[in-house]
Design a protein around this ligand. Structure first.
Ligand code: PEP
Length: 270
């Protein structure tokens, strides 16, 4: 069990000056009771140094958010609440959707937009992802913009072109002054949930491509502030390698974030 939440502010990396961010994407797993149990366990398995090393954002299904908000506040757990998606409009006749201001009201800090499962299974275009990123920023939160190539695109040598095309839409749409706030998750589609992670060199290369796209609109100053995560079959065995890769500021973790013991080990090893 750790001490007072306000003492557990993550320090920027002495090398990059950026605050590391390790994010747990639970996808459609854990009802609100399971979510509470998982977070109580995870909190007890982590030490203050893990909270000082990186921001730890937790992205549960929407229905768990209120329960976790209350848990984090009442037990002063210094996790950051995250969401997995949002609608691009503020309100209206969009049955089944959740808007960015609704998430912000629940204390959400980060919202994943453009996850490859949303692009592939729900037909989200680069333009729609850009609108969502704009909505997240307008509501005072930070978007985690997912980009990454499929296996076919990689084999065709199109990795850089795909990352650029996906990100350029977002970079063009958000207000110039918001560019430094962006978090971009490089998640090669072939690495997600496959057990076959990319290499740290792939992640570094992608981070350089991401910063190149941001620099084109916002200059070097903005691009040096943008944070880049790697995601795709991150495990306790490879988390440290990815965190040590040049240009990489954090991780977006799916499967390995579901089980508290394993995830605590991953965070300790990162
Ligand atoms: C993800 O869905 O964002 C992800 C990275 O999944 P996994 O860690 O299971 O590959």
């Amino acid at each position: 069990m750790i001490g007072r939440a306000q003492e557990l502010i993550p320090a920027p990396s002495p090398v990059t000056g950026r605050v590391r961010l390790i994010s747990a994407n639970w996808k459609m797993n854990h009802n609100h009771l399971e979510a509470i149990a998982a977070m109580e366990k995870l909190y007890h398995l982590l030490r203050p140094e893990q909270f000082r090393y990186a921001e730890l954002s937790i992205h549960p299904p929407f229905v768990d958010l209120r329960s976790l908000q209350l848990l984090f506040e009442s037990d002063r757990m210094p996790f950051v609440l995250g969401a997995q998606n949002c609608h691009q409009e503020v309100s209206g006749a969009y049955t089944g959707e959740v808007s960015a201001p609704m998430l912000s009201k629940l204390g959400v800090g980060y919202v994943i937009v453009g996850h490859s499962e949303r692009r592939r299974l729900f037909g989200e275009s680069a333009e729609l992802v850009a609108q969502k990123a704009v909505a997240v920023l307008a509501a005072g939160m930070v978007p985690i913009v997912c980009v990454g190539e499929t296996l076919e695109e990689r084999e065709a040598g199109a990795t850089a072109a795909v990352i650029e095309a996906q990100l350029e839409c977002v970079v063009a749409a958000v207000p110039l002054e918001a560019l430094p706030k962006l978090v971009v998750a490089y998640e090669p589609v072939w690495a997600i949930g496959s057990g076959q992670a990319a290499s740290p060199a792939d992640a570094s290369e992608a981070a350089a491509i991401v910063r190149g796209v941001v620099a084109k609109r916002g200059g070097e100053e903005a691009s040096s502030k943008v944070r880049v995560q790697y995601g795709g079959s991150v495990s306790a065995g490879n988390a440290g390698m990815f965190m040590a890769a040049g240009g990489v500021d954090g991780l977006l973790v799916g499967t390995a974030s579901l089980e508290p013991e394993g995830y605590a080990q991953l965070v300790r090893d990162a």
